[in-house]
Design a binder for this molecule. Structure first.
Ligand SMILES: NC(=O)c1ccc[n+]([C@@H]2O[C@H](COP(=O)([O-])OP(=O)(O)OC[C@H]3O[C@@H](n4cnc5c(N)ncnc54)[C@H](O)[C@@H]3O)[C@@H](O)[C@H]2O)c1
Length: 340
């Protein structure tokens, strides 16, 4: 068993920076030795605050560093497939944030490479699967406590930023379905235990023209039909005023359940002269920090114990397949059948 997994991280942007600190400060049995970013400012942070031994701008150098066992991948979505394939071929275990790839062909290429290296752990980050509220809801559904799930609503609302932020990050995000709804797609598949049969998406750039120019949107809603029966409705917004939140409601043939936001901040209710308040998470990282920690610990533990994660790359493929179909449906304004 490897006593300490030696790891590197690719990507130190909005999420990567917080993620790197999480790995370095809280994940057990791992040493973060290397970082890779295109930004000199981010690499200076890696050297001074993360104390990494190796700081690279070329990802080939980090994946080919023989001192490293594993790579945490937090690069932009369009590069995930290439980075995973090159890291796996260089003998590394890989944890990647979503999506697995931005199209079905890229996801399949990743899976083909991973299958040729069965002793390496490759894991995709669907952190709700490590979130206590979602785990509990999943277990209740599996036990049959609400009967057969037949109607699911799941949404992700991101805190509104501003025009210059969206001008900078909008083109890199991969579109609202891949960026914000990929987790909701997995939530629907995981909680229902069913595959997605068709999608019908609608929405628009109601506030920010930048998204119109990118053929993207700031608000969307998709109707999903599930194989074997059942429907789901998932939505995403970039205009949340209070903060970041994900909510899910599942109606079954014998009862219903609702998974509210369960971040530690929201568990506290503040009473003062303005009334009664809770503090809403301001970012994805804040909402899911504890789940991200559990997920990273599981990745490291799988490497140490030759285990396999309980999220499969097929889940990543199916989520991308549905997000791509939603994008198509949104652009063509028509229902899209999922082909497998
Ligand atoms: N921001 C979030 O809250 C969030 C939430 C969930 C998932 N994600 C996913 O995490 C990933 C990173 O998101 P982000 O918001 O931090 O992105 P970002 O654009 O803020 O940062 C991207 C990072 O990748 C680096 N990078 C870009 N191209 C590179 C290359 N060729 N080689 C090496 N490094 C390169 C950049 O220098 C930067 O450090 C994305 O896949 C995104 O979908 C982000």
């Amino acid at each position: 068993m490897i006593d300490k997994v030696k790891a590197g991280i690719i990507g130190l942007g909005r999420l990567g920076r917080s993620y790197a600190q999480l790995i370095q400060q809280q994940v057990k049995h791992v040493d973060l030795l290397a970082a890779c970013s295109l930004s000199q400012e981010e690499l200076a942070f890696a050297k001074t605050k993360l104390n990494v031994q190796y700081a690279y701008t070329d990802y080939h150098q980090i994946v080919n560093n023989h001192d490293l066992d594993a790579i945490f991948l937090l690069s932009p979505p369009q590069q995930h497939a290439m980075h995973i394939i090159d890291a796996v071929n260089a003998g590394k275990h890989v944890f990647t944030t979503t999506p697995l790839g931005t199209n079905v062909e890229d996801c399949k290429a990743v899976m083909k490479t991973v299958r040729s290296r069965p002793s390496q752990v490759v894991m995709i980050g669907f952190e709700h699967r490590y979130d206590p509220a979602y785990i509990k809801a999943h277990a209740m559904i599996k036990k049959g406590q609400i009967g057969e799930p037949v109607l699911i609503q799941s949404s992700t609302f991101d805190k509104e930023k501003n025009d210059s932020y969206y001008q900078l990050y909008g083109p890199k995000a991969g579109g609202i379905f891949l960026e914000l709804n990929i987790k909701n797609i997995d939530i629907v598949r995981w909680l229902s235990g069913k595959e997605i049969q068709s999608v019908t998406a609608a929405g628009g750039a109601y506030k920010y023209d930048i998204f119109k120019n990118l053929n993207d949107a700031d608000n969307v809603m998709s109707l999903i039909e599930l194989e074997g029966g059942g429907v789901a409705n998932i939505s995403a917004s970039r205009l949340s005023q209070d903060g970041f939140n994900t909510k899910t409601f599942v109606l079954g043939t014998e009862g219903s359940l609702e998974i509210l936001d369960s971040s530690p901040t929201e568990a506290i209710r503040i009473y003062d002269t303005d009334g009664i308040k809770t503090q809403v998470p301001q970012s994805y990282f804040e909402r899911y920090e504890l789940a991200l920690l559990a997920q990273a610990n599981d990745f490291v533990s799988c490497i140490q114990n030759s285990g396999s994660p309980n999220v499969f790359l097929e889940d990543g493929l199916e989520a991308t397949r549905a997000a791509v179909a939603m994008t198509k449906s949104f652009l063509l304004k028509q229902r899209v059948e999922i082909e497998r």
